[in-house]
Design a protein around this ligand. Structure first.
Ligand code: SF4
Length: 223
């Protein structure tokens, strides 16, 4: 995002030097700037925002956790925020929950490198793994929206109640959010269990597997 702002600022400064304070819009130049922005990819976007200090989590994080996976993935998995292990490694969904997620993905013939992208709503860890604050989400969610624009997934899956509630901005139970295709800024969104919840409660594995079967079928139909 910042190169675009820098380019636009540069363009406006040049305009001001040439024509004073009156603004003459050159649509061709603006289109060139827009095309340059279209060429932005996930890694350059990560470079732009990895030093972010927009909210207080910037000063308490160990590592910024942008996301991992296939930049052209049809399936985008979104958790709420990095936990302690993610904060240490700078990668989302690591540790036992991450391993379980990898197994689930393998069962639907996908992996972190194969047609899946994984990230969180917040890019920095909230202290003591508390739930994200609304103010933090407001600061950080534009980054997720831009990631989604760059990836252009067919389906977003929110992992866990907090991710589902945060993305949909509702205060509903996970049970009531499951089994429905919601809309997230024009992209279908499903909510299912967080892999950590499956580790805590084995009984949730079956319904979670039912969700992933629906996810697989949905993506197969769309491809
Ligand atoms: S949580 Fe998001 S908004 Fe807050 S500092 Fe980290 S990247 Fe920036």
């Amino acid at each position: 995002m910042s190169p675009r702002s820098d380019d636009i600022r540069r363009y406006l400064r040049q305009n001001q030097e040439l024509f004073g304070d009156e603004l003459f819009l050159d649509i061709k130049s603006l289109n060139v700037l827009a095309e340059e922005n279209d060429n932005e990819d996930l890694s350059s976007f990560e470079e732009e925002i990895c030093e972010c200090q927009k909210c207080s989590l910037g000063s308490t994080r160990s590592k910024f956790v942008f996301g991992v996976g296939d930049p052209d993935a049809s399936l985008l998995l979104v958790g709420e925020a990095p936990g302690a292990e993610e904060d240490k490694k700078g990668e989302p969904f690591v540790g036992r929950a991450g391993k379980l997620l990898d197994k689930i993905l393998a069962a639907i013939d996908r992996s972190r490198e194969k047609d899946v992208y994984i990230c969180n709503v917040l890019k920095c860890r909230p202290p003591n793994n508390r739930d994200p604050l609304r103010s933090e989400v407001e600061q950080c969610e534009p980054y997720l929206l831009h990631q989604i624009r760059l990836i252009n997934p067919t389906l977003i899956v929110a992992l866990g109640r907090v991710a589902g509630q945060t993305l949909l901005n509702v205060d509903k139970s996970l049970k009531s959010l499951r089994n429905t295709f919601h809309d997230y800024n024009g992209t279908p969104l499903m909510v299912t269990y967080h892999p950590a919840a499956l580790l805590r409660n084995q009984d949730l594995k079956r319904p979670a597997w039912e969700d992933f079967k629906v996810i697989k079928e949905f993506l197969e139909k769309k491809n």
